[in-house]
Write a protein that binds this ligand. Structure first.
Ligand code: GLU
Length: 392
């Protein structure tokens, strides 16, 4: 047993720290998201490990039966299909991953449904792509479905829609997906379960690494070297920490814990690593935009436009753009850069890249006069924009 790292006196309130909260929040909150990783649900040689799936589902069923609303984000579709498809390792190419997910997702849901039904509960499958949550109309749709399922007493079982997600539109890891789902459903807490007991200050398989019990700010983990992915899932500790930071940054406390301790985690026991909230809730769409969307182009802004966006909460107009790079369509996410190339914001652009060069540097009045009133619109509307670089 390794000792957990004691909190250093005076080290608690780092910048952005929002106030002391204890693990009881995970035991007492009404609505929460629990994410389980592939390696916690599969055998090392591939294929679903029924015992493990049943054990996690039992813990979730017990929490649901006690009146709590739990959304389960479960990986394991791809890894779960390996044995059935005679694959030795997680496939690397997209087409085989999609095919494997198609086989494994059904098997995974069958198991979950069986366990939940044995407790008088019903499971509902929700498969999401990044696209479903970046676009306003889509995320409202996903939100409505998840709410309705919970109102009906159903346990939503969420996964990425791997069979149709292409490289461009996929999350690729369920850790970030879980953080964003937690935000969409206004969850009070997020529990990330995996085959490690939490975040360590060194290699968790090594003997001298200590568990970090509490994380109060981003700077605290910036020095740790968080190495890669696990053999079965696509995550690894790095994506868990990123996901924890996304959720904590939006006001949701996060617990990283061992899947074998799911029941304890759901009871608020002092285990794992807790990421304390560092920020407040922001509109969901902007959280997606900041953390989930992959920008497909760049707009270079002059100093006046940077100031308007970063300090004065304005929309981006054609007059403030000096250069465009990349090919994109109306509605795509793009980065907004200042002249030295630093990204200051990200937004959903209102024009195709082909249309923009003729508009740059010109006033919307002039454009509307010359080209019609449709050209009066902003290049990126304030509501579709998130500032990534805080005011200096
Ligand atoms: N969605 C993938 C699956 O179910 C897993 C992604 C991940 O490992 O985070 O197989």
């Amino acid at each position: 047993m390794r000792a957990s790292k004691p909190r250093e006196a005076g080290a608690v309130p780092t910048s952005g720290w929002m106030g002391e909260m204890s693990r009881t929040v995970f035991g007492q909150c009404q609505r929460l998201v629990v994410k389980v990783g592939s390696s916690s649900l599969t055998r090392s040689e591939g294929g679903l490990d029924e015992e493990k799936v049943v054990s996690v589902a039992e813990s979730i069923a017990a929490a649901t039966k006690s009146g709590r609303q739990v959304v389960l984000v479960s990986s394991g579709a791809i890894a779960g299909a390996l044995a059935k498809l005679d694959l030795k390792a997680r496939p690397r190419d997209l087409a085989t991953q999609q095919a494997a997910a198609s086989v494994g997702q059904g098997a995974l849901m069958r198991l979950y449904s069986e366990v939940f039904e044995s407790h008088g509960l019903v499971a509902g499958q929700v498969l999401l792509t990044a696209e479903d949550v970046v676009r306003r109309s889509h995320y409202r749709n996903a939100q409505r479905t998840l709410y309705r399922l919970m109102e009906l007493g159903v346990v939503p079982v969420v996964n990425e829609n791997d069979t149709v997600a292409t490289d461009e539109i996929r999350f690729g890891d369920n850790d970030r997906l879980a953080a964003l789902v937690a935000h969409v459903v206004h969850a009070e807490a997020l529990i990330l379960l995996s085959d490690v007991a939490g975040l360590y200050d060194g290699n968790p398989r090594g003997s001298d690494a200590a568990l970090i019990a509490d994380v109060y700010g981003t700077d605290e983990v910036s020095d740790l070297s968080l190495s890669g992915r696990g053999p079965m899932g696509s995550g690894g500790i790095k994506t868990k920490v990123t996901a924890a930071q996304i959720a904590a940054g939006a006001g949701i406390p996060v617990l990283l814990a061992d899947t074998a301790s799911a029941t304890e985690a759901l009871a608020g026991t002092e285990i794992g690593t807790m990421f304390h909230p560092t920020g407040k809730r922001v509109p969901t769409r902007l959280l997606w935009l900041a953390h989930a969307a992959d920008p497909v182009g760049s707009l270079y802004l002059d100093a006046g436009a940077v100031d308007a966006i970063v300090s004065r909460k304005k929309s981006l107009l054609p007059a403030g753009i000096s250069r465009v790079s990349g090919e994109f369509n109306r509605g795509d996410p793009v980065d907004l850069l200042q002249q030295n190339g630093d990204v200051v914001a990200r937004g959903l652009v209102n024009f195709d890249s082909g249309e923009l060069p003729d508009l740059l540097g010109r006033s919307t009045e002039e454009l509307a006069r010359e080209l019609g009133s449709a050209y009066r619109r902003e290049i990126v509307h304030r509501d579709d924009l998130v500032v990534l670089k805080p005011k200096q």
